[in-house]
Design a binder for this molecule. Structure first.
Ligand code: KG4
Ligand code: ZN
Length: 330
């Protein structure tokens, strides 16, 4: 059995978790900074890194206590992992430096993890667990990607966004509608009372020639123009926007499945928390669909520990010279 401490500090959540065998969560602490950044309508990098610095020691202490590893928890840990990138430099540095210091003092390997690889492994924290190969739909505040995953730690990006990420478009449209940050949950809630057919919004790049890339900035602009034409019902607009955003994800995913002959789909990233997306993917696809447990959709340390378990098994560890990398590619 391997037991790994996973740390995630790439953006505005400080996540610390202890995970056994890449799938059993022994402790999971997430401190969200959402209330602090809400006043600014988005994440302020300097404030984010200061908050990570302020809270990380107590979260690590609490996670080690909660995990029930006995009097000397460090002796039961096999590795310490952290998100290396992509993300905000100041924020990443807090997690990477903290994890490297612990790994060094406990004489354990340090395992750097790519943030998106972490999201992919959140599917392994649920039941049933996916087997490789699989196709992945990664939808977060910074990424919208369709990724072919033939083997652990081998990835081929088949489609990506040319402008805004889908989560980013939820956040921007929420702002236009006067809904609170982050936009995903508030749009989902407002949409419950709305008519998804009230506004005809574009489904960009979904023609036959559209390929597997995405574009979400036009959808946000279409919402803006519709709002400039007169009074709009927030609920109707939220529902119409959500329907359009999710529609595009379904259309592209179906196209990718057809193109690759994939037999399994893994959904990952903060937007994987969206109820309509979860229901439509499980209802409309005729292949196996693996959804991350709701608690592990948004950024957390458990997904980082889960990915690190596999990296450790494959000998993909880092060392004291491994640095945070804001633009790290998968
Ligand atoms: O993965 P994540 O926590 O952070 C990044 O790596 O970006 O994703 C955050 C994103 C935000 O854009 C947020 O609005 C979106 O996930 N999100 C949702 C929902 N919950 C969070 N989007 C749609 N529906 C939701 N229920
Ligand atoms: Zn994320």
């Amino acid at each position: 059995m391997s037991v790994i401490l996973g740390i995630e500090t790439s953006c505005d959540e400080t996540g610390v978790a202890v995970v056994a065998d890449g799938s059993v969560v022994l402790a999971n602490e997430v401190a969200s900074q959402i209330d602090i950044h809400r006043a600014f309508g988005g994440v302020v990098p300097e404030i984010a890194s200061r908050e990570h610095t302020r809270i990380i020691s107590q979260l690590v202490e609490k996670a080690l206590d909660d995990a029930g590893l006995g009097d000397t928890p460090a002796a039961r840990l096999d590795a310490v992992a952290a998100t290396r990138g992509p993300g905000l430099m100041g924020s990443l540095l807090v997690g990477v430096s903290f994890a490297k210091a612990l790994a060094y003092s406990w004489n354990r390997p340090f395992v750097p993890v790519h943030h998106i690889e972490g999201h992919l492994f959140s599917a392994f924290l649920g039941e049933p667990r996916p087997d490789f190969p699989f196709l992945a739909l990664v939808v977060s505040g910074g990424h919208t990607q369709i990724i072919q995953c033939p083997r652990p730690h081998e990835y081929e990006i088949l489609g990506t966004t040319r402008d805004d990420a889908v989560g980013e478009s939820f956040d921007k449209v929420a702002r236009l509608l006067g809904l609170s940050y982050p936009g995903g949950p508030s749009i989902q809630q407002a949409a419950e009372e709305g008519n998804p057919e009230a506004f005809q919004l574009p489904r960009a790049m979904t023609t036959v020639k559209g390929g597997l890339d995405f574009s979400y900035s036009g959808l946000k602009t279409a919402v803006l123009y519709a709002m400039q034409e007169g009074d709009v019902s927030v609920a109707d607009m939220a529902a119409s926007f959500q329907a359009a955003a999710v529609d595009v994800l379904l259309i592209k995913t179906k196209k990718a499945i057809k193109q690759t002959g994939a037999e399994r789909l893994v959904l990952a990233g903060g937007v994987a928390a969206n109820q309509q997306l979860r229901e439509r993917l499980t209802g409309e696809l005729d292949i196996e669909v693996f959804l991350p447990p709701f608690a592990y959709c948004i950024d957390n340390g458990a997904m980082i520990a889960a990915a690190a378990h596999s990296r450790l098994h494959h000998g993909l560890t880092g060392n004291l010279r491994t640095t945070a990398k804001p633009g790290l590619s998968l």
